[in-house]
Design a protein around this ligand. Structure first.
Ligand code: GLC
Length: 555
């Protein structure tokens, strides 16, 4: 691939996209974050240097899965604000050259969605039930497990709202691949397809720049509903393909959406959340007439090991290159243990589903050191990179939340076996000396923040050259100035404990090197301009220590 000028590709091709989890980003009100809170921090994000934000769901929702249970796709939950607040936020972001991606949740609705209420009321055999997966039977129709734990089928009469209702004795089952409050939609029904076209248009008309598509690999199920008792958290190539994930039929839906987006000016983008491995299988979601990007969870799940990371990077660049789409890179999000903690565990990789106080505790210093090295590696790679709110402050996971405050349905559905995702969703610390570290004017926060976050608050870091925030800011600035996101990246031969590569761009040549353990001497002729940890000198050569990344330019 030739180095290209920054303007020859659409913006998303190499964008750095910052994930906002609206419940926990910033509040202008009480314990839960608000849209106005997002608007109030756009200057902070501009200072950080991101190109776009992706906002997790902000729609009306009973919040049984933190908003991924949508009751109305074309409005804003009053807890977060109003449509007018959303319009103002989108406009304010655009004024600052920040694009706005929102979350689309097409696999399931909330059980409080109008359609599901109609389906319950209309009863078995009704047209209203055909929008979901209702089935008869004395036993659940299949042995499928919910991704959140427990069975994937719920009997209508077992619902908490059944007693005394018209469906009190209704024996039908409905499918819920996630919580029982998240019934799966039936995408074979044309009404479902038309509805989502209209939702896309509603938000495109309001000026959003794209959609992150939740559970993109789940929309279509094998209609024969065969049993499947294997792993449902990630679809692995080569093994038996689960009948509820990664079915051929999903692709025709994305082609249809691609066509809808093409009606609009300005390079709107579709991003697939698809837990599909290996990357070659994932690239089917980003063929030229489908989505534009897909999260590279294989990268996130790769253990902290030079040989394996090198392999993942190589494979990702190869396979995405083959379909002519940029690779993506991500280390943290609202579903996994924050990478500053995950990488401080004795076993690295995708990590556990949350950490209890009684579990092995991450080594905070080691975790942060590795997290910075991993981030610096990621930001040198061509393609698009995703940052999860708070990682720029080096925030660790909250690993001692009391069970009473947990909200993640995975904690409840695994009967407390898994801590769940609350520990990575704790409201951000903005100022060290205010109640709730400045998260809300009322001093409330829907989850308690760990005391170690005080010194990590944004006001302790912004403008301080030795902070993690300044580290991110410097990398983002250089990445943009050098055009690394569009670089032609070549992995170099290096010892087994090192990943090294050269990025060639229209502005020059840049060396990335990460030393995973032991030490490594930088080749002569290169001069370090950014490093994730202190370096040493030996006989005039620069030496990297363990868990250290550098970027260097030609002398
Ligand atoms: C996705 C979301 C996750 C949510 C699930 C069900 O994986 O990222 O937070 O719980 O889908 O919507």
């Amino acid at each position: 691939m030739q180095a290209q000028s920054p303007n020859s590709y659409p913006w998303w091709h190499s964008a750095v996209i910052y994930q906002i989890y609206p419940r926990s980003f910033a509040s202008t009100d009480g314990a839960i974050g608000t849209i106005a809170g997002i608007t109030s921090k756009l200057d902070y994000l501009r200072t950080l240097g991101v190109d776009a934000i992706w906002i997790s769901p902000f729609y009306p929702s009973p919040q049984h899965d933190a908003g991924y249970d949508v009751a109305d796709y074309t409005d804003i939950d009053p807890r977060f604000g109003t449509l007018a607040d959303a319009d103002a936020m989108i406009a304010a972001a655009h004024e600052r050259d920040i694009k706005v991606i929102i979350d689309l949740v097409p696999n399931h609705t909330s059980d409080e969605h109008r359609w599901f209420r109609e389906a319950l009321a209309a009863g078995p055999g009704s047209r209203a039930r055909e929008r979901y997966w209702f089935r008869d039977g004395t036993q659940p129709p299949t042995d499928w497990r919910s991704v959140f734990g427990g069975p994937a089928w719920t009997r209508v009469c077992d619902r908490p709202d059944a007693a005394g209702s018209p469906w009190e004795n209704d024996q039908q089952w409905y499918l819920n691949l996630f919580d029982s409050t998240q019934p799966d939609l039936n995408w074979n029904n044309p009404q479902v397809r038309d509805y989502f076209d209209s939702i896309l248009r509603f938000w495109l008309d309001r000026g959003v720049d794209g959609f992150r598509v939740d559970v993109a690999h789940g929309l279509v199920k094998d209609p024969a509903l065969p049993n499947f008792s294997g792993d449902v958290s990630m679809v692995h190539g080569g093994t038996e393909r689960p009948p509820m994930f990664d079915q051929e039929g999903v692709h025709e839906i994305f082609r249809r959406w691609n066509a809808v987006l093409s009606e609009y000016p300005g390079d709107r983008v579709l991003v697939a959340e698809a837990w599909v491995d290996p990357p070659s299988r994932l690239t089917r979601y980003v063929r030229p007439d489908e989505m534009h990007q897909a999260f590279n969870f294989t990268f996130l799940a790769t253990p902290w090991n030079a040989i394996q990371i090198r392999e993942t990077v190589k494979e990702s660049l190869d396979v995405f290159g083959q379909v002519g789409r940029p690779a993506t890179w991500v280390l943290s999000n609202h579903d996994v243990v924050r990478h500053a903690s995950r990488l401080g565990l004795s076993v690295t990789g995708k990590g556990p589903n949350g950490i209890f106080a009684s579990d092995e505790q991450p080594d905070a210093q080691l975790g942060l050191r590795r997290a910075k090295a991993a981030t610096q590696l990621m930001l040198a790679l061509p393609g698009s990179a995703y940052i999860y709110q708070g990682e720029e402050l080096g925030l660790p996971e909250h690993t001692s939340l009391p069970d009473e405050v947990r909200e993640d349905p995975t904690f409840f559905r695994t009967r407390g076996e898994q801590a769940g995702r609350d520990g990575c969703r704790v409201p951000l610390p903005w100022s060290a000396d205010e109640p709730a570290y400045g998260f809300s004017p009322s001093g409330e926060s829907w989850l308690p923040q760990p005391p170690v976050w005080r010194e990590l608050a944004a006001d302790q870091q912004v403008g301080r050259p030795d902070s993690t925030f300044a580290f991110y800011q410097d990398l983002l600035l250089r990445r943009k100035a050098w055009n690394l996101g569009e670089g032609d990246f070549e992995l170099l031969d290096s010892p087994d404990h090192v990943v090294a590569g050269i990025s060639r761009t229209d502005t020059g040549e840049y060396l990335l090197a990460t030393c995973f353990d032991g030490t490594w001497e930088l080749p002569s002729g290169w001069s370090v301009v950014a490093h994730s940890a202190e370096l040493s000198k030996e006989n005039n050569a620069t030496v990297l220590g363990p868990d250290t990344s550098v970027w260097a330019t030609r002398m």
